[in-house]
Design a protein around this ligand. Structure first.
Ligand code: CA
Length: 237
């Protein structure tokens, strides 16, 4: 597999490359956001390791621009320790997983291999007969394996985090789930995080699913607590 490492600190970048190559992958290093974006845009890579703090455009902007250009290469973001807001900002920008600095190299490789596995699994799913891992709602099909939402010939690509959050809400259909529970179960973040940060994700899910996102019937707000997914129990309008 080919891994792109976008990291300006040379000793970290070299250490990552060494370990990635020891795993049998190929690695290339980009020392800033612009060159990283250009390289990632070639589509040659199976995964991108992306530092947040970069000279020029930062990691969030790199992720955002890649996703805007319909490039869905898996992205593992490297964040500064103790910055949960960075983690959420990164997921909003379309990254798939994160690792707080400083990190253990074994954990880094485990996260990276996890992303690559999910990528392979998703690729295999698209080539063979589509399996039953889908959920139908409001005339739309959520395809968990392919990270897609399909309706009337339109296909929207979802990020792994959007899919994870959707699956979580669906699994808790009809139950009120608090923001802090969602943050902990879906993002793996502790409760001192600013829990309002997930509201942006909910806004996006509503845009995908609801007829009128401003008057949500499916992903409902439970005031002062969190959210409740109403799927098949949805009352007629
Ligand atoms: Ca940096």
């Amino acid at each position: 597999m080919k891994i792109l490492i976008i990291e300006d600190e040379a000793h970290i970048a070299d250490g990552l490359r060494y370990n990635v190559e020891a795993e049998g992958h190929e690695a290339e290093i980009a020392p800033d956001g612009e060159s990283g974006l250009e390289l990632a845009g070639t589509g040659r890579f199976d995964a991108v390791v992306l530092d947040v703090m970069l000279p020029g455009i930062d990691g969030f902007e790199v992720a955002r621009r890649l996703r805007e250009s319909s490039n869905y290469v898996p992205i593992l973001m490297l964040t500064a320790r103790g910055r949960p807001e960075d983690v959420l900002k990164g997921f909003e920008a379309g990254t798939d997983d994160y690792l707080p600095k400083p990190f253990d190299l074994e954990i880094f490789l485990a996260r990276l291999n996890g992303l690559l596995r999910r990528r392979e699994w998703s690729r295999r799913e698209t080539t063979k007969e589509r399996l039953g891992d889908t959920f139908e709602i409001n005339g739309k099909t959520i395809d968990f394996a392919n990270l897609e939402l399909r309706s009337d010939g339109e296909t929207i690509h979802l990020t792994m985090m959007e899919i994870k959050l959707l699956r979580y809400l669906i699994e808790h259909e009809g139950q009120t789930v608090s923001r802090s529970t969602i943050l902990e179960d879906v993002w793996g973040l502790q409760e001192d995080t600013d829990t309002r940060a997930i509201d942006n994700f909910i806004v996006r899910l509503r845009k995908y699913l609801e007829d009128q996102p401003n008057e949500p019937q499916i992903v409902r707000t439970v005031r002062g607590v969190g959210y409740k997914f109403m799927g098949t129990q949805r009352p007629k309008l």
